[in-house]
Design a protein. Structure first.
Length: 298
């Protein structure tokens, strides 16, 4: 969430105040394209044409939880702190404010309680019956598109997973790349991280590392492991790494009812090593006495 301190005044005694809001809903829209920039340009041009005084520009970079948007919450906080003013909340399209029917109703009531007015360059969302009908229909259409897109995405992911291709977030040591002739992105080794992961997994399987904390320490201290990632590894993520069948070249999803099968990506460890790790995590195997980890990394 960003709060851009940009303000201009039209110098009129009957000034109308505005707060601009923009939102992108995926990481791709954040790092590529100009999703936020184009929304803000459109909204600012509209505010200037209407001679509004913009007191704040707020953005949310990711959707995250639909009910947890720092930018939108900051707008409501600003309105509460300046309750003597009537604010126009300007957004590029109604789906930037909300694409969920139920959430929209909740947000709309908050705006109404604070005396705000919703506007976009193409429409003013008033409180009369006709305006409310148009607004609600727009939200219903956006909600349908949101759910339909999710269904299509899940369907494509299920089909690709069934055909032996990984579709979830790339595990540590892998990245997604387009590899011919697979017709899509495939997991490939990311060096030198992949080699460190191999050493960590095989070390845990053999008992060289007694606990997940030892694996965590090994990765964080390894000179070939990027420091930018080492600081982000937590115990839970190490646990996920030890349990991830993708390292053994397997893909599948039990929640989706898709049994695990050998995938099209290169494995980092053997299936036998993976099973040994799972046995140790389950307490089946007994680890030998741990060697001094500090000998390699003092």
């Amino acid at each position: 969430m960003k709060i851009i301190k940009e303000k201009y005044s039209n110098g009129r005694p009957d000034t109308k105040f505005a707060l601009i809001y923009a939102r992108v809903s995926s990481k791709k829209q954040v790092v590529s394209g100009d999703g936020l920039s184009s929304q803000l340009t459109s909204c600012m041009s509209y505010a200037q044409s209407m001679q509004y005084e913009v007191e704040g520009v707020y953005t949310d970079d990711l959707s995250g939880s639909a009910r947890n948007r720092a930018g939108l919450e900051a707008i409501f906080t600003h309105m509460k702190a300046n309750s003597d003013k009537i604010y126009r909340i300007i957004f590029d399209h109604i789906n930037r404010f909300s694409r969920d029917v139920y959430l929209h109703g909740d947000l709309r009531r908050i705006v109404d309680d604070l005396g705000g007015i919703l506007e976009s360059p193409n429409m003013i969302y008033g409180n009369d019956s006709s305006s409310r009908l148009v607004e609600n229909m727009s939200v219903v259409v956006s909600d349908y598109q949101r759910v339909h897109n999710k269904e299509q995405t899940n369907s494509r992911m299920r089909s690709r997973l069934t055909n032996g291709y990984a579709v979830f977030s790339a595990p540590i040591g892998y990245i997604y790349e387009r590899v011919s002739p697979h017709g899509g992105k495939v997991l490939v080794r990311e060096e030198p991280v992949a080699s460190v992961v191999v050493e960590a997994l095989e070390g845990y399987a053999s008992g060289y590392f007694e606990t997940a904390a030892d694996v965590l320490h090994f990765c964080r201290e390894h000179p070939l492991f990027p420091k930018s990632r080492a600081g982000k590894i937590a115990h839970q993520r190490i646990g996920n790494m030890l349990r991830n069948p993708a390292y053994a070249g397997l893909v599948g999803s039990l929640p989706w009812g898709i049994p695990f099968r050998v995938g099209h990506h290169e494995s980092l460890i053997s299936i036998e090593t993976y099973q040994c790790i799972q046995d140790r995590l389950s307490g089946i195997g007994r680890a030998p006495k741990r060697r001094n980890l500090e000998a390699d990394f003092p």
